[in-house]
Each structure stands twice: as C-alpha cells, then as structure tokens.
Design a protein around this ligand. Sequence first.
Ligand SMILES: O=C(O)CCC(=O)C(=O)O
Ligand SMILES: [Fe+2]
Length: 252
Amino acid sequence: MKHTPIFFDYTFGETERKELDHDGHYVLQGILTAEAQERLTESLAYIQSLIPNGKKGHEPNRFSAEFDSYLEGIIAHPQMLELARKVLGEDIRYDHCVSLNRSGGNGGIGWHSHGYSDDDPRYGFVRIFFYVNGFEADDGGLKAVPGSHLYRDGRIHGGTDEALREGWLVGKTHPETGEPLQIQPLSVPPGTVILMWTHAAHAVTPRKPDSDTRWCVVYAYRNPGKPSGARWISPEFEHKPIPGTEGLMSLY
Ligand SMILES: O=C(O)CCC(=O)C(=O)O
Ligand SMILES: [Fe+2]
C-alpha cells in the first residue's frame, strides 16, 4: 500500500533517545508535512463538530480514530510505527487516539501525570502529540517537568504551578544529576510532534479568548505486558481489519 508521508525527514537517534529518557519529553519541531497539517486540521475540526452529539462511553474526542479514516490511517502509518518503535522497541501496541482541540477561552489543564506499569520500568508507554498549529507558552501551551517521569508516579496532581512547587515537587531532584526538578514552559511552531513518557508531569496553560483553536491529537503506544487504564478502543475497532494494524490492537 502506498502511503503519503506525514513527517519530513527528522533525526531521532541514540542522542535524541537519551534526551527523551533524561527529560521525559522530546520536541520534534515542525516535522508534519503541509499536507498532513491540512488533513489533520480537517479531521480534527470534523471531530470537534461531532462532540455535541457524542455518546457517553464512546466520545468522538476520546476515540477519535474510530470516527475519521484519516486519523485511523495514522495508527499504522509506517512513519508513525517507525517513530513509536524508535522509542519503545519492537514489541508495541496501539493504546489510544484522543483529540485535544482547545478553542479560544479554553481553560487548559492543571498538573498531572498518567500511569502504566508504575512498578516495572521495562514496560514503556509513550504519548505522541501532534500540535498541528503549534502553540505559544501563554496560549494553550504545554508545560513539563524534565526528570519527573523517572519517579514513575502516575498520580501527580497540582492545580497551579505554585501548587505543584509547594506539593509534589518539594524535595524532588533529577535522579541522574541531583538537580532540583523545575517547571519548563514550551512554545512550538506549527507541525510539531512532541514525544512524552506517560509518567511525566505536564499541564497546559489556558487558550486566550481571542485565539483561534489549537488543533492537537495524541496517539499513545506501549509495550504490552500490563493492563492499561487508558486503552480506549471499542471491541469493534479492535477487530476491524485496518491494513497494517495486525498484532497492534490487542491488550497483550
Ligand atoms: O492538551 C494538551 O496539550 C495535553 C493534554 C493532556 O494532558 C493529555 O492529553 O494527557
Ligand atoms: Fe495528560
């Protein structure tokens, strides 16, 4: 099957992989092709239009790939699987595809982390965020805490930066350098992909009232071996014969 590229050429080798493991996230600036950006914007706007009539338990934003064939086609796109395997190694499963569109005035989200195999670092879980039209730090901007993922704490919480500093961050240092952990605001151009280990502490700043919609979708992959609470795949979708997804869709 012929696939249209979704990524421009990019570098993600040993050095970049080490940075991801050290920081918990890695920014691939502007790697989405113009066509991918255009198609993703269309698909994400379509998902957005379905949300008001969404069914509880099978929401268009939480099961996005099940509602749009372009989003579905990315799950097993060769460039996507190559990237996921550069992070996780050969044996991977698809976990979920969630749209994270934030329109003007959206409140963002407070500090949190996500869990998976909290007690066993052999099993990894990565989120691959597509920030289709990018973001500024103070306008629907992702923030992270480099090194926080190494604690493998899936229950980090903090309503504000202050609350995180006075809460979970107290006394926490980077296990490899001994430096105190710190909040890092990000700003990224359109077409940016961000890789993030699932245990990393992260938050999102509010979208300014006059800003356009921040278009974003996240694809999650993991090493099989543990139950996954975020595995949002309907039984029908798990068994749908999508080319390239053979062996990718099951829990184990
Ligand atoms: O909207 C975002 O940029 C990130 C949202 C988030 O925290 C997540 O999907 O886990
Ligand atoms: Fe999150």
